[in-house]
Ligand binder design. Structure first.
Ligand SMILES: [Zn+2]
Length: 249
């Protein structure tokens, strides 16, 4: 029965740059976890039913004190369950789930808007951010800028711009939960600039008048060419002035 204290392997990693030492030998069937930096110390032990448990502590001293108490209790034949001193920070996925649900309950949305947000969340945000603890260490201006830069490589700016609305809404929720002190997507400076959308030049009022005149002239020329509907052997319904159209066969 081993109890050991160790610093989180990914403690000094930053998003995208894993500097973790190689893992200790893993038990058969266990995979190396993905890089999620946590500034914690782990107390690895087994609980009374023999299951492996890891308990996190903010400092090495706290972890070693808990380990010593555990050892003392074992010698005395008592059951001692150390309590983690670190409050569990919910991961992005959990915050996102509640944020989306609450937003849907409070806002009437177009089904297409809901579907688009859901698609962006499931396809792009959750795979990248899902298990990251919602804290400023992982969700700050720099990490969001890196995320946007990465997503610009795979999405059009229009899709990205729409999708980022969902991320901003989720981060707003994290602020409300007290997990972030501010929303990094509401920073003073813009984090990115979308490529301008190709827009149709709006017509000026004189252009619109010219177009209407040209359309009216074309319509009357067409109706003159077709002659009265009856003369052309067409039922009179073929010439429908109110709909502004004239069917000519
Ligand atoms: Zn790492």
């Amino acid at each position: 029965m081993t109890t050991r204290v160790e610093q989180d392997r990914h403690c000094f990693c930053s998003p995208g740059a894993c500097v973790a030492p190689a893992p200790r030998k893993l038990a058969a069937g266990r995979n190396e976890g993905r890089c999620v930096p946590r500034r914690v110390w782990w107390l690895r032990t087994k609980n009374s039913s023999g299951r492996r448990v890891s308990i996190s502590f903010k400092t090495e001293l706290e972890a070693r004190t808990a380990a010593a108490k555990l050892e003392a209790a074992r010698i005395l034949g008592q059951d001692y369950q150390p309590r983690a001193a670190v409050k569990t920070v919910p991961p992005f996925a959990k915050v996102a789930e509640e944020a989306v649900k609450l937003y849907g309950q409070l806002h009437t949305q177009q089904p297409s808007t809901t579907a688009n947000r859901e698609w962006f969340l499931r396809s792009y945000l959750l795979p990248r951010l899902g298990d990251r603890p919602m804290m400023a260490e992982h969700f700050n201006e720099l990490s969001i800028m890196r995320l946007i830069a990465e997503l610009r490589g795979v999405l059009s700016d229009t899709s990205l711009g729409n999708g980022l609305g969902a991320l901003r809404m989720i981060l707003d929720h994290a602020v409300r939960l007290g997990l972030l002190s501010s929303n990094p997507m509401r920073a003073s400076g813009k984090l990115w600039k979308a490529e301008p959308r190709p827009e149709v030049d709006p017509f000026s009022s004189s252009e619109i008048r010219a177009i209407v005149r040209a359309a009216a002239a074309a319509a009357s020329a067409a109706s003159r060419a077709a002659g009265p509907a009856s003369a052309a052997g067409l039922p009179s319904a073929a010439a429908d002035r109110t709909a502004g159209s004239c069917r000519v066969r």
